[in-house]
Design a binder for this molecule. Structure first.
Ligand SMILES: [Zn+2]
Length: 68
C-alpha cells in the first residue's frame, strides 16, 4: 500500500497501525509516519491556529462593538 502523500510504498501490510496514519486534512487516504509528522500534523496545527485566530477576531470585534 502506498502513502497517499509521498506515494512511496511505506504502508506495509500488517503495519497499518504503525504506518497507516489518517492523512486528513491533506486527503482522505492513509499516509506514512514521515508524512504524518512533516505534512499532516503541521497542517492540522495551522488549521487549528487559523480557527483560533478567527474566533479571537470575532470576539475582539464583538468586544469593540459592545464598547461603543
Ligand atoms: Zn509518506
Amino acid at each position: 500500500m502506498k502513502c497517499s502523500i509521498c506515494k512511496e510504498e511505506k504502508l506495509e501490510k500488517g503495519y497499518g497501525e504503525i504506518y497507516g496514519h489518517n492523512a486528513q486534512p491533506i486527503n482522505d487516504g492513509r499516509c506514512c509516519t514521515v508524512c504524518n509528522m512533516e505534512v499532516v500534523v503541521p497542517m492540522r496545527i495551522k488549521l487549528f491556529q487559523a480557527n483560533v485566530d478567527f474566533r479571537n477576531k470575532k470576539e475582539t470585534k464583538t468586544k469593540v462593538e459592545k464598547e461603543k
